[in-house]
Design a protein around this ligand. Structure first.
Ligand SMILES: Cc1cc2nc3c(=O)[nH]c(=O)nc-3n(C[C@H](O)[C@H](O)[C@H](O)COP(=O)(O)OP(=O)(O)OC[C@H]3O[C@@H](n4cnc5c(N)ncnc54)[C@H](O)[C@@H]3O)c2cc1C
Length: 393
């Protein structure tokens, strides 16, 4: 659609040749390596680590981050272009990779020089998988209510408690874990740790049986006086919430990008189906009510992409991304839900069948309205920022 507009005047949002190359390379990879098996992996609820390794060989596992630590040094915008393409083929792998990228950020921003050297190169090279463990049975939207306790011991901390819904947690070598050093001190006591797989007292207790993105795993992690050395604490005691929120602010831009890819894929499936399905003697694509759904889908996908690109550009320029990333995440995930629901409608009965892709895409979309902050919480963030600006006058 944007190509048609640009016939008459240059598109001010056009990608540079380098950006187009990144997008096209990842698109070609994702369609060739991920798309053919995604339905089967979803059916089997199976995470395929070898696909993560394939993404690593393409430089995707450290794409936005500095070359100094083995990253590709390409920044947020290039990363979200890649993320849209991976999600257009496979939302589960896009979310898994997005969490892996997210898990590196606290180390990059808050880690000591020694921690960066120790943890980042194997993560960026894709030898170590990352996870980010904030959510607990009693602390979801209200992350500051977390109860996982970190008690001081000789040379470190003993962690006791559990985390749930941890993407990649089943086999991550590196997990960023948020705990409290004093439950009576609320958010001021929250502290971030890097927990390594072989930590004594740390184990995976099971995983969720999910509705969607079933080719990625959401694990329950248990800590039974798990001994974490002081050298694995990120920042100071009490810095934890700041560490978590700054990483999530950036991470949700990639969730938005993934939702754009997912919605685009559903729209294209539905459009192609509408062109070939005939009823009442003509293609259903000729019915105005079908066209209205496709037009709304195209418009929402484009609007979601623009919000996402804007948030990514602001982040690359070092600007504040709190509201822009919340707007992008909530709008793009609501778009993915709407567009995939309409795609099922356009397919009719065939859309309700697990033999067709739009059924899976609709299940995949729902989670994005929930993880990395529910869309209700993002609406609160956006409203607060708006009202503060109005109060200031
Ligand atoms: C597929 C998937 C992957 C995930 N991956 C991870 C991960 O890797 N790491 C991790 O730490 N967590 C992860 N999560 C957890 C996710 O971040 C939480 O589910 C999310 O933050 C919501 O918390 P909750 O489920 O406890 O819901 P709750 O906080 O209990 O919310 C329940 C409902 O109440 C609403 N609500 C709550 N408070 C308010 C309010 N103040 N105003 C209005 N409405 C409100 C919510 O929007 C929601 O609709 C994942 C979740 C899913 C589904």
């Amino acid at each position: 659609m944007s190509a048609a507009v640009s016939v008459h005047r240059p598109d001010p949002f056009a990608l540079s040749p380098e950006e187009r190359q990144i997008r096209d390379t990842v698109r070609e990879f994702a369609q060739r390596e991920l798309a053919p098996t995604v339905a089967q992996r979803d059916e089997e609820e199976r995470y395929d680590r070898s696909l993560f390794e394939r993404m690593a060989s393409l430089g995707l596992t450290g794409l936005p981050y500095p070359e100094e630590f083995g990253g590709a040094g390409m920044g947020t915008f290039a990363w979200i272009l890649a993320c849209e393409e991976i999600a257009a083929a496979d939302m589960g792998m896009a979310i898994s990779l997005s969490v892996h990228i997210l898990a590196q950020l606290p180390i990059l921003v808050f880690g000591s020089a020694e921690q960066k050297q120790r943890f980042l190169p194997p993560m960026m090279a894709g030898r170590h998988l990352g996870a980010f463990a904030l959510t607990e049975p009693g602390a979801g939207s209200d992350a500051a209510a977390l109860a996982l306790l970190a008690e001081r011991t000789d040379g470190g901390y003993a962690l006791s408690g559990s985390k749930i819904w941890i993407t990649n947690g089943q086999e991550s070598e590196v997990t960023i874990v948020f705990a409290t050093v004093d439950r009576s001190r609320g958010r001021d006591a929250i502290t971030a740790f890097v927990v390594e797989r072989e930590t004594p007292g740390f184990r995976v207790a099971g995983h969720e049986r999910k509705m969607g993105i079933r080719d990625s795993v959401s694990a329950e992690l248990v800590f039974e006086r798990a001994l974490v050395p002081e050298a694995n604490r990120l920042g100071e005691e009490g810095d934890g919430l700041k560490v978590a929120l700054s990483a999530l602010g950036a991470g949700r831009i990639s969730i938005a990008a993934a939702c754009v890819g997912l919605a685009r894929s559903a729209m294209e499936h539905a459009g192609r189906y509408a062109l070939q399905r005939t009823q009442f003697g003509r293609a259903i694509a000729d019915q105005e009510m079908i066209q209205a759904m496709l037009a709304d889908a195209a418009t929402r996908v484009e609007a979601s992409r623009l919000l996402t690109w804007r948030a990514a550009r602001i982040r690359d320029a070092g600007g504040p991304i709190n509201a822009p990333s919340s707007m992008a995440k909530m709008f793009a995930s609501d778009t993915a839900m709407q567009v995939t629901t309409d795609a099922v409608q356009i397919y009719g009965g065939a859309g309700y069948s697990r033999d067709n892709p739009v059924e899976r895409l609709m299940r995949d979309a729902k989670g994005a309205q929930i993880y990395e902050g529910t869309n209700q919480i993002h609406r609160l963030i956006v409203a607060q920022q708006l009202l503060e600006a109005l109060r200031r006058g």
